[in-house]
Write a protein that binds this ligand. Sequence first.
Ligand code: GDD
Length: 324
Amino acid sequence: MKKKVAFVLGMTGQDGPYLSKLLLEKDYKVYGLVKRYSNPNLDNLKYLDIDDSVDLITGDITDDSCLNHLLKSIKPDEYYNLAAQSFVGASWDLNKTTSEVNAFGTLNSLNAIKLHNPNTRYYQAGTSELYGNADSSIQDESTPFKPRSPYAVSKLYAHWMTVNFRESFSIHASNGILFNHESPIRGKEFVTRKITDGVAQIKCGKADKIILGNLDAKRDWGFAGDYVEAMWLMLQQDDPDDYVVSTGVQNSIRDLLDIAFDAAEIKDWAGYVETAPAFKRPAELHSLCGNNSKAKNILGWQPKTSFKELVHMMVKEDIKRYSK
Ligand code: GDD
């Protein structure tokens, strides 16, 4: 039988490698788009031991002719748009790049599918950032969007364009509204990895403090390895739709610090943590927590990794890296 073909954009980030590993286990042929650099960073693919198993293609989501060409030649059954300027904190200074990649990159992807392979199923990496400071303490698919960063505004465009192609042209296009999801290959600019990496450095005598921004922010954090399964499940449904993917459990940055320092058996983190205005945002998003009932009921998906297990996994891996 012919192998199913998947095209994954965002291959050098966190989610692309986890998703590709899952697809390879399901016997897909996996093509991945990688931006042109003199030395592309394949560390995350190597960490999951799949760098030799995926077909990497140099290209760029902001270049529509490149996507048109690839859609015609690869003819993917499934197209996962995980390419993004995904760091909210940088999006105020990089608002144009963020918009070009996140908003127009999505439009380029959907146009290429419509023109060259309309049966390709499309996954759009949506985000809980869309909710902003929501009125309800728990957010679901019907909670109004109130984006508060250039990143979230760009993702709002991507969300509605995905819905629009589904409704206008019958493209099988789904939005995953993913709450924060982390792993040992999370970028160090994000707060979870910044903390687990910092704790590991302190434990191994390579640093003596971590400098952070707002310690009172609350998020619903899950494990990226669990969340990519929800992406795949969305494209296996008869009908496309939008789904919240979350754990339904909320923690603060202070809770994260408690667990991370405890995992390294270091007492009293207050002596190791400072705050600085440079790490605060022009418009903060104080509290997010997702209701994942729809994903549970329709996709049969549920998170397998608790917040404590996730933080312990990340601290352990970071300590291993610094102990070498
Ligand atoms: N990055 C960072 N660095 N965040 C800090 C720091 C710090 O030093 N100190 C406090 N924070 C707070 C931020 O202000 C924010 O409230 C929270 O920690 C989480 O920040 P990030 O880890 O950068 O993630 P995010 O919530 O802004 O966005 C992530 O999750 C979204 C899903 O909800 C990203 O992965 C987005 O791409 C994703 O869409």
